[in-house]
Unconditional design. Structure first.
Length: 163
């Protein structure tokens, strides 16, 4: 199997694990959102922000200890700072969609609130996947080098040593 197929397989596996944690995070987000809306008089976007913050904490634990548990753990302070930075950007994207729908277009029924909260989560998730895998939970340097060496070994003609 070629390097591209192996890389694609790893990306699909990573995306599936990211999706499992993210899917649970979406449920946490929507549950907290609706709970806050039901038991308080907070405005819709404030409830959305609270729900997003709870989901961010839930997702960090899931990503660090499940999705990216094999990634570099040496720079925890840097990792946490970047995670919070990109999560905050995702929070703005997610709740910006909710804000625009609610206050820009007047779509403010409970069903519309949930639909646009969900759409915002979807848009922000694409950003988070890219940013977390690119900047926050970085691959260990030796892992990619080892995969490259293994690939060169398999592709070399029989009996020929590859540097």
């Amino acid at each position: 199997m070629g390097h591209g197929a192996s890389r694609l397989r790893r990306l699909v596996h990573e995306a599936a694990k990211f999706g499992a944690v993210g899917g649970a995070g979406v449920l946490v987000n929507l549950l907290v959102f609706n709970l806050v809306r039901h038991v308080t008089d907070l405005q819709v976007v404030r409830a959305g922000v609270i729900a997003t913050v709870v989901a961010i904490v839930f997702n960090y634990v899931g990503f660090r200890y499940f999705t990216y548990r094999d990634r570099d753990k040496t720079g925890r302070g840097r990792e946490m700072t970047l995670f919070l930075l990109f999560s905050a950007a995702g929070l703005v994207i997610e709740n910006g969609v909710l804000y625009a729908a609610t206050y820009g277009f007047g779509w403010n029924t409970p069903l519309q609130n949930n639909v646009f909260k969900f759409i915002g989560i979807g848009v922000a998730t694409l950003f988070r996947f890219w940013s977390y895998r690119s900047w926050v939970f970085r691959a260990l340097p030796g892992r990619d080098a080892a995969a490259q060496a293994e690939l060169r070994e398999r592709q070399a003609p029989a009996g020929q040593r590859v540097p």
